[in-house]
Design a protein around this ligand. Structure first.
Ligand code: G3H
Length: 187
């Protein structure tokens, strides 16, 4: 059986400032996560091949930096576009309570909704269905979409799925549904 690994990028500098969006570097802690990843994947896969997919953002590329496997960057894996709210903190974003009324469909001004993100992820999902072992080093909103697809979770719940930091989620697709294992790093 083939494996699909999901990981968010390690903690970023924007994270530390409580800001969303942007294209910041990893924090020192995020960099430690990047350094710790290869051992876990190697223990899991042995000598099996793997391809690592990232977004085009620095924080996912830096997180995958030490993984000794072929890599592919997808623009379609970039984090949900927060439009006018990019670079703000949640406290600075006045629309948060309106967004919460229908978070799946809420589109940031000049940006995207979760529904928009799912649409652009379609080619990624199609390709993922054709591939063997794949690791996606991605972003929280995007991994929520991917995770909901594989577990068949409803749209209303999707924007609230918890994809914790510094955790690898391993999915093993079966005839019906996916088996799941999680590996949490204390770093
Ligand atoms: O920056 C965006 C986050 O990864 C997703 O957060 O719960 O506001 O959609 P959200």
């Amino acid at each position: 059986p083939r494996s699909i690994f999901f990981s968010r990028h390690g903690e970023s500098m924007y994270h530390l400032m409580g800001k969303i969006g942007g294209d910041s570097d990893l924090s020192p802690r995020g960099k430690r996560y990047a350094l710790a990843l290869p051992k876990l994947i190697k223990e899991n896969l042995g000598d099996q091949p793997l391809t690592v997919w990232t977004s085009t953002m620095k924080r996912t590329i830096q997180t995958s930096e030490h993984l000794p496997y072929p890599k592919l960057q997808w623009k379609a894996l970039d984090e949900i576009d927060a439009g006018c709210c990019d670079g703000k903190t949640y406290e600075e974003i006045e629309e948060t309570s309106i967004r919460d009324q229908d978070k799946f469909n809420y589109r940031y001004r000049g940006g995207e909704s979760y529904r928009d993100a799912i649409n652009r992820l379609e080619p990624v999902i199609m390709e993922l269905e054709r591939q063997q072992n794949i690791m996606i080093v991605g972003h929280q909103a995007i991994l929520r979409c991917m995770y909901a697809y594989f577990h068949n979770l409803p749209h209303e719940d999707l924007p609230y799925i918890r994809i914790p930091l510094h955790t690898v989620i391993k999915l093993t697709p079966k005839a019906y549904g996916c088996e799941e294992e999680r590996y949490r790093f204390d770093i």
